[in-house]
Design a protein around this ligand. Structure first.
Ligand SMILES: *Cc1c(COP(=O)(O)O)cnc(C)c1O
Length: 358
């Protein structure tokens, strides 16, 4: 079965086999070597300086990394602006609501781009007692495949002295992220999307200067505590040891294959192959290709076809596609190009879709 859903992904044999390594006690030096290598390689993915940045590992899915980032890096006296154009942006606001973090929301329709002029006006218009210290955004909004314009948003935040927190769960490892912009404080992501590891471990890439001002609002997800223990080759809880094995092997494979630019190129070729093939069958993208990620794209369901019938027919041929969320479930379907996939796999997928349409 080939997984075309946005994580977990189809594994390479090398990563799958890495799960069969020796049992490890997480209080022994062998585990801390593994933890160190994972943290170093995560920073190397974007050539980040370890003096300035750190990678903090969390045994949990991607949402936990986003939650830990938002609740730890927004100071108690801070104020967060959440920028939302999909399920995952709305999730950040729900996290803030849950923890009672001072925040305001800016929402646009799920299929629309963020309105950066409106964001600037909102930052400018905040009264002196309620200035925003932080903003949060999803880089690649997996709801639709839209790639939000991180570069322009970071610029805007820099001009306003606002720190930017990024959900990069479905872009980290494939899309460009300008860590050089000083407004960028942290990016949360996971092992089992563009990095091709297994579910169970997620992480936050965070500026050390931002960590020094972190607040402690949670027990398990306390980013500052996790960071300081991991820096001392320690861990507060039992990590998902086998998921760490897979993450490290996936990161080795990633580096050998040419790193982030190579992964971007590989995904782009597959995503364009899917787009071109579906266009020839009369199926359009929901978001224009130039505003989409290379990681996942959403397509309009052909008139009169229910998602379930397309899904079930493709599953019978060995492909798992992904439904739209909420209202969009009636009108679109999604195809991700993450994981171990080849151009021949996409050819076969397109032939199967053509057959289903006939
Ligand atoms: C997948 C995803 C998440 C959530 O990840 P889980 O691992 O399911 O918790 C968060 N944000 C984005 C943008 C995602 O694509």
């Amino acid at each position: 079965m080939l997984l075309l859903n946005p994580g977990p992904v189809s594994l390479s044999e090398r990563v799958r086999r890495s799960l069969l390594q020796p049992d490890l006690c997480h209080r022994e030096s062998e585990f801390f070597d593994l933890q160190d290598e994972a943290r170093e390689r995560l920073l190397a993915t974007y050539a980040l300086d370890p003096a300035e940045w750190t990678a903090v590992l969390i045994t949990a899915s991607g949402t936990a990394a986003v939650e830990s980032m938002a609740i730890s890096l927004t100071p108690r006296a801070g104020r967060l602006l959440t920028l939302e154009n999909g399920v995952y942006g709305e999730r950040i606001a729900a996290i803030c609501e849950q923890y009672g973090i001072a925040h305001e929301r800016m929402r646009v329709a799920w299929t629309r781009a963020l309105d950066l002029e409106a964001v600037a006006a909102r930052l400018d218009g905040a009264p002196p007692g309620a200035r925003f210290t932080h903003a949060a955004v999803v880089h690649h909004e997996t709801t639709t495949g839209r790639l939000n314009d991180l570069r322009r948003l970071a610029e805007l935040c820099r001009r306003h002295g606002v720190n930017l927190l990024v959900d990069g769960v479905s872009s980290f490892g494939a899309e460009a992220i300008d860590f050089g912009d000083e407004s960028l404080s942290a990016v949360a992501a996971t092992a089992n999307k563009c990095l091709h590891g297994v579910p169970g471990v997620s992480f936050v890439i965070v500026r050390r200067s931002a960590l020094r001002q972190a607040s402690s609002r949670a027990y398990y997800l306390d980013l500052g505590r996790l960071a300081s223990l991991q820096d001392r080759r320690d861990t507060p809880f039992t990590p998902a040891v086998h998921a760490y094995y897979a993450l490290v092997e996936a990161l080795r494979e990633f580096a050998e294959q040419g790193g982030r630019p190579a992964r971007h190129r590989a995904y782009a070729a597959l995503a364009e192959q899917v787009r071109g093939g579906l266009a020839a069958l009369g199926i359009d993208t929901v978001v224009p290709a130039e505003e989409s990620s290379v990681v996942l794209r959403s397509y309009r369901l052909p008139a009169g076809m229910a998602y379930a019938s397309l899904h079930d027919a493709l599953k019978a041929s060995g492909f798992v596609i992904y439904a739209g969320q909420g209202e969009l479930s009636k009108t679109l379907f999604r195809i991700s190009t993450m994981g171990r996939l080849s151009s021949a796999d996409i050819d076969r997928l397109l032939k199967c879709i053509a057959q289903v349409l006939r």
